[in-house]
Each structure stands twice: as C-alpha cells, then as structure tokens.
Write a protein that binds this ligand. Structure first.
Ligand SMILES: Nc1ncnc2c1ncn2[C@@H]1O[C@H](COP(=O)(O)OP(=O)(O)OP(=O)(O)O)[C@@H](O)[C@H]1O
Ligand SMILES: [Mg+2]
Length: 373
C-alpha cells in the first residue's frame, strides 16, 4: 500500500496542508509542537478511523472550527489508485467515503490500509499494565480480520449492557444469563483468535529478538486468560462456566471480573517476566522485535504491505536499533518518521533507500530534499 498524497483540513494545528509522499523513508523534522505527530495521527486515522492519542474525535478539530477532514490518495499493491476521505463534524459526526462512495460500516473499511505505529508509549507494552497489551492485540487483529472486529464490537456492546445490569437495583437473573451467553459467544472467539495470533507472533519475536540482540536469551509471549480452564468441551463453555461461577462476585463488584477485557499477555525472557527482570535496553529490543513481528503478521494476513509510522523514535531508540529495524524491513514500502533532529539519519545506514525530508513548522509542511533517488 502506498499513500501518494495526504490532505488535511482543519485537522489539529493544520488549517490546510497537502503532503506528497513517495516510496521509502519520509522524515518529518521540526521543533516541539510543530505538528509532526499530528501528521502520523492523520494517517493512522485514515487507516483505522480512530486516533492513537484520543478517543474523542472532536479533539482533532482545529481550535474554534466545526469540522475536520483527512483525505488520502493511495495506490494498492496491485497498482490500483483510490481515494479515501474521512470528515468529522461536531453536528453530523463521522463520514467516510472511498472513491466518493459513502461507507456506512467502518468494519468494511478498517484493514484496507494496514499501518504499523511505533511511538514512545509503546515502551509501555512490556513495562506498563495489561490494557496496553490487549490494545496491541486488538489493533493488530482488527486490521487483519473483519470477523475479529465484528466479535470485538459485539463483545464490548454485551459487556457494557451486562455491567449496567450488574449495577442496577434489581438484577433480573434471566436477563443476566442472556448477556452471559452473548459474552461467551463473542468472548471465546476473541480469546481463541488472540491466542492463535500470539503463538505466531511469539515465534517471530523470539527469532527476531535473538538476531537483534545477538544473544542466546529466549523470549516468549504467552496469552494469560482470566477465564479458568476447566474440563469444559469448548472455550465458550469454559467462559460461560466462569461467568456463572463469578456471578456473586460480579454482583458485589458491579462489573464483569473475567473475560478477554481482563486478559493479559506475558512477555518472558528466559522464562521470567520482562516487566520485572529485563533491562532498559532489553525492553527496547523487545519492542523493536514486536513491531517487526507486527509488520510481518499484517503483511502476511492482509496480503498488503503496511505503512509504517514511527513517532519520535530517537527519544527512545538509538541509531543502531533504528538502522537494524529498517534493514529488517526488506523491500520496505513506506515509512513516515518524525524527529526533532534533522541530521539524525546521517548516522543511520539506510541501505540506499530513498529518503525524503520535510520541514514542519507551525502547521506547515514542506518537502525539502530527496536522497538516493
Ligand atoms: N485541535 C487542535 N487545534 C489546534 N492545534 C492543536 C490541536 N490539537 C493539538 N494542537 C497543537 O498541535 C501542536 C503540534 O502537535 P504535535 O503533537 O504534532 O507536535 P510535534 O511536532 O509532534 O511535537 P513534539 O516534537 O513535541 O512531539 C501542539 O502545539 C498542539 O497544541
Ligand atoms: Mg510529537
């Protein structure tokens, strides 16, 4: 997938901006607050119809305006050109079009433009709480499977209803049971699909980690479910049994205390948790391996080359790790990188990849130079 042109209207600090893109590496450099991350946010939004920084679309509207628009001209891996646009207005909400045709269901669209984002908060994947890891799996699986996206939406809907019911004055047992069935049906799908994806990711991450670190350390990713596995015939039945077993506790708590929304992923190094044992450098190597694995997973499962979005890597990673990462992405498609230091890539051997640099200042973006082309 290649983004040829990105157009922003009243998005964050951009009144209007048109950015032409090519293949290879794109470096957006500029001072703090210039609008670099906003560009990556716009591409991510175009792909996932959501931001990675806020759950509220209205935050993306330029101050004092009523709406924003993000548009992209793209070419898919078969060479077909298409145009995507997402507009959000305070009054009308979100509107998505592809080649001028309105798309009502976003689930039919998400995954069309696969993206992999690496940003400073990703260090929280191995160091922070479980919500970070669930989100990682959800974003990956939503991009690679429409069915997953469907089950996730249904699961979240049922979970919300069940929690509301748990908090109500008089809880009707039959209604609660009906929600349990809904949760179990969709939740079991989520857990199975996450487990399968994780098994695949774990193998890729382990071999990438060994190569990147040049060490014999054994890395493993393990799905840790909050649902106790009994002798039940299926994951759905196990979840259903768990829900009924936790019913009294859930009524006390006022929320659903087990299910995929409470599951976690363990990152292990030589059998011990990263979170408690790994060094700072080991965490960074793990994140690089994980992101490369995410890229390979998406590429394989959506059969399209993802667009890479690297935000402010240099704050987190050293030149050597970045160079390693780019070298691993053989036949790299498109990478968009932000940095405050224009010369950073001077230290990185990019294997003659084309490099385009853009100066970002106060909501303007200017292509300055192209190397190796
Ligand atoms: N809705 C909005 N309307 C107008 N400006 C906004 C809006 N939301 C954020 N901004 C501004 O956009 C500016 C640029 O944000 P961005 O995160 O892209 O900066 P950056 O170039 O990535 O900076 P840094 O190097 O510090 O990460 C910030 O100054 C912020 O105040
Ligand atoms: Mg930034």
């Amino acid at each position: 997938m290649q983004l040829k042109r990105l157009k922003l209207t009243d998005f964050r600090n951009y009144a209007q901006a048109t950015i032409d893109l090519f293949s290879g590496v794109h470096i957006f450099y500029g001072k703090n607050g210039a609008g670099k991350t906003n560009i990556l946010e716009a591409v991510y939004y175009l792909a996932l119809t959501k931001s990675f920084r806020t759950a509220q679309d209205r935050h993306l509207i330029r101050y004092h305006q009523q709406m924003f628009r993000v548009e992209g001209d793209l070419i898919n891996d078969q060479g077909q050109a298409f145009h995507c646009a997402i507009a959000y207005a305070l009054q009308q909400g979100k509107r998505l079009t592809v080649n001028g045709q309105r798309i009502e269901r976003f689930t039919e669209y998400i995954g069309e433009i696969p993206v992999v984002l690496l940003h400073p908060a990703d260090l929280m994947l191995s160091q922070g709480g479980p919500a970070n890891r669930r989100r990682f799996l959800d974003v990956l699986l939503c991009q690679s499977s429409r069915i997953y996206l469907h089950h996730l939406a249904q699961y979240n809907r049922a979970l919300k209803q069940r929690n509301q019911l748990l908090q109500s004055e008089a809880v009707d047992g039959a209604t609660l049971e009906a929600w349990d069935v809904q949760l179990a049906e969709h939740g079991a799908e989520l857990m199975q699909r996450r487990q399968a994806a994780l098994q695949e990711l774990s193998e890729t991450v382990a071999s990438l980690y060994a190569e990147l670190s040049q060490s014999p350390a054994k890395v493993k990713l393990v799905y840790r479910s909050s649902v106790p596995g009994g002798g039940e015939a299926s994951p759905k039945e196990a979840f259903l049994a768990g829900l009924s077993g936790h019913r009294a506790a859930d009524l006390q708590l006022g929320y659903t205390s087990l299910g995929p929304h409470r599951d976690d992923v363990l990152f292990l190094i030589n059998g011990k948790p990263f979170r408690t044992y790994a060094s700072q450098g080991e965490h960074k190597t793990l994140i690089v391996a994980l992101k490369l694995a995410e890229y390979q997973f998406l590429k394989k499962h959506v059969a399209r080359q993802p667009i890479l979005l690297f935000d402010d890597l240099f704050g987190e990673l050293d030149a050597q790790r970045i160079a390693q990462m780019l070298t691993y992405l053989e036949k790299i498609g498109q990478v968009l990188v932000t940095t405050t230091s224009r010369n950073f890539f001077d230290k990185v051997n990019l294997n003659q990849l084309p490099v385009h640099s853009y100066r970002v200042a106060q909501g303007t973006v200017q292509l300055e130079a192209t190397l190796h082309e």
